[in-house]
Design a protein around this ligand. Sequence first.
Ligand SMILES: [Fe+2]
Ligand SMILES: [Fe+2]
Length: 285
Amino acid sequence: MTFIVHISDLHIGGTDFNEDVFFNNVDTVNDLNPDFIIFTGDLTNHGYYAEYIKAMEYIKFFKSMFFSIPGNHDARNLGYETFQKLIGERNWARNLSSKKEKNDKIPYDDTLKKESMLKNNGMKEIIKKSDFKCPVNVNNITLVGLDSSEPDISDGSVGRPQQLWMEEILTDSYINSTFSIVAIHHHVLPIPKTGRERNILFDAGDILKSLTDFEVNMVLSGHKHVPYLWKVENTLFATAGSFSSLKLRGSCPNSFNTYEIEEDHVEAILKPYRKDYVLLGKYEF
Ligand SMILES: [Fe+2]
Ligand SMILES: [Fe+2]
């Protein structure tokens, strides 16, 4: 089994950054002791150098292996260069393995998924079974981080060179039957209850086709500050809410996602701030 925590949209440095929420959520994540944490962008609010310096101090509080990609806010004010200098590469690929036994630390109540939390936020219980029997080794993971940010604009784009680079890695993953995860800040598919659709990837159609053609197992995003799941063909698209920013929609609280990946299924579980865990969806491969 592999156990992943997915966090997004910290917005450190912004007036909407809530430090109390941040540290409370960090404690919860550290208690869960995931195999690794995937952060899907908007680490800072304006991309300022000083914000990055501050952000580096904050992310040191996470105890698990931490992987991050930039968001549109991180690319502002030459922040895309600062990200590369202080945080790491903006596009990267890693092969990881997990040795974890089944995680029993998430005491989610199955009945909670029917409660108002999901309904209020336009989410629904999704339990679907794919026709495709997944032959992948869930303990060997290919993780790809894709930078979809553009300097000083909120829109996103992957671009042809990065797309081809990703396809090369996904080809290897497909041949070697590893479980594949792509992290990208901008949502590839629209998210319900987020108002007028905007800031979607310019090349969303091309990227969607690559991701589904290569049967990427999971695509993790942020940006909209609203958690949601879509399943398209054999690919699960998961969006995380904001971990620590007050820029929230309606009654949607700060939150993060967790994924328990087992031989024949994945469970996506939401942790809303100061509320019980909620099953977002369970998918059998
Ligand atoms: Fe954001
Ligand atoms: Fe964003």
